[in-house]
Design a protein around this ligand. Structure first.
Ligand code: NAD
Length: 344
């Protein structure tokens, strides 16, 4: 990738497992953006990472002092890696401060919040991208190519499963902070995959909550959920996510063969196979590629492949899946054709 003279400055908001564990190291390899600031509620973490990454204290903010980032010309983009319920607040505050935004998944905790975020971003005239890293992963991009270009004929069905066992006591089990259970955390990747493999939007969903095996642990969010996404042309995606098992499957059966990833949704060491042989791609840092792509979109005034409207669309689907699981009814979807699915 070409290097540019003036890479955009990025501040990471939330120095937890993802922010500090994945995004900070990934920013050491970017070309179009560079780490320029840190935002955390914990002064000890700010101090630790500022030292490690040589960030001056004038570029470090607490949640209380965050508003002052508006005056910081070193910082062009903020990356929100906070618990889901905080995405709305920090998007509104970042937009007000005139900063471009990358927001982690899920975009927010409701469709209404997504609309509020889009309105704020538009009003402020800043750019917004979802943190959907798999759009920048070579194995997942190959699934898009094989599916959207029907390399194995018309797709008939998909099996999409992303489940991880969760430990007790974490914010992801708290409804107010997480907005939902494994569906908003891991299942969102299956929802995404069904659309980027087919290049189509679902027309209906049908869902069922999994049986609860630990009522104490899962008193606020679902333990698991199984759902079906229906597309025009009879394509079906059978999906599953659960906080009490391990699954990592992305399988597509088409008229003239099959193609699959497993593991499919991880940061690294993905593996892919097709009915004609294995997929081969070298190592690629998904987060580096994703952050560089957004910075390049800003610099060159290009549209991002993972816009706010995609985050909103996925929240509309999530809402319908929950409604189906609660009512036992199939829910029809009327999703606006307001996004272009990524070219593969
Ligand atoms: P984490 O718990 O490891 O970190 C959360 C950070 O938020 C911590 O630094 C914590 O101090 C801070 N925080 C502020 N207020 C908090 C509160 N009330 N409760 C808990 N923490 C609070 O979580 P994480 O895994 O880094 O997830 C952060 C965001 O990133 C979430 O939106 C998550 O969905 C997303 N994420 C995305 C990916 C991905 O692959 N794209 C992977 C992991 C997480």
């Amino acid at each position: 990738m070409q290097t540019i003279n003036q890479p955009l400055g990025m501040a990471i908001i939330g120095l937890g497992e993802y922010g500090a564990g994945e995004l900070l190291p990934a920013l050491e390899h970017t070309s179009y953006c560079r780490l320029a600031g840190l935002v955390s509620g914990d002064p000890a973490k700010l101090d630790k990472y500022a030292k490690q990454y040589k960030i001056d204290s004038s570029n470090c903010y607490s949640y209380e002092t965050f508003g002052r980032i508006a005056e910081n010309k070193n910082i062009d983009i903020v990356y929100i890696a906070l618990p889901n319920s905080m995405h709305l607040e920090f998007t509104l505050r970042a937009a007000k401060a005139g900063k471009h935004i990358i927001c982690e998944k899920p975009m927010a905790c409701s469709v209404e919040e997504c609309h509020e975020m889009i309105a704020a971003v538009e009003k402020a005239g800043v750019r917004f991208s979802m943190g959907y890293r798999l759009h920048f992963d070579p194995f997942n991009q190959e699934m898009m190519r094989l599916g959207q270009h029907e390399q194995f004929g018309a797709i008939e069905k998909m099996l999409l499963q992303d489940s991880h066992v969760i430990e007790p006591g974490v914010w992801r089990l708290n409804r107010d902070l997480a907005g939902g259970g494994p569906l908003v955390n891991n299942g969102i990747y299956c929802i995404q995959a069904a659309m980027y493999i087919t290049g189509k939007l679902p027309v209906a969903v049908e869902a069922k909550f999994a049986p609860v095996t630990d009522a104490e642990k899962f008193s606020e969010v679902e333990e698991g959920i199984n759902w079906t996404m229906y597309f025009r042309d009879g394509i079906i995606a059978e999906c599953e996510t659960n906080y009490s098992k391990e699954q990592n499957v992305m399988r597509v059966d088409a008229q003239e063969g099959w193609f699959e990833l497993g593991p499919a949704y991880e940061y690294r060491e993905l593996k892919g196979r097709t009915s004609k042989g294995d997929m081969h791609f070298g190592p690629a840092n998904q987060q580096t590629r994703q952050m560089d792509d957004f910075a390049r979109c800003i610099i060159e005034d290009l549209p991002t492949r993972v816009p706010a409207e995609m985050g909103l669309r996925d929240m509309e689907i999530i809402t319908a899946i929950y409604e189906s699981a609660k009512t036992g009814k199939r829910i029809k979807l009327e999703l606006g054709e307001y996004i272009t699915l990524p070219e593969s």
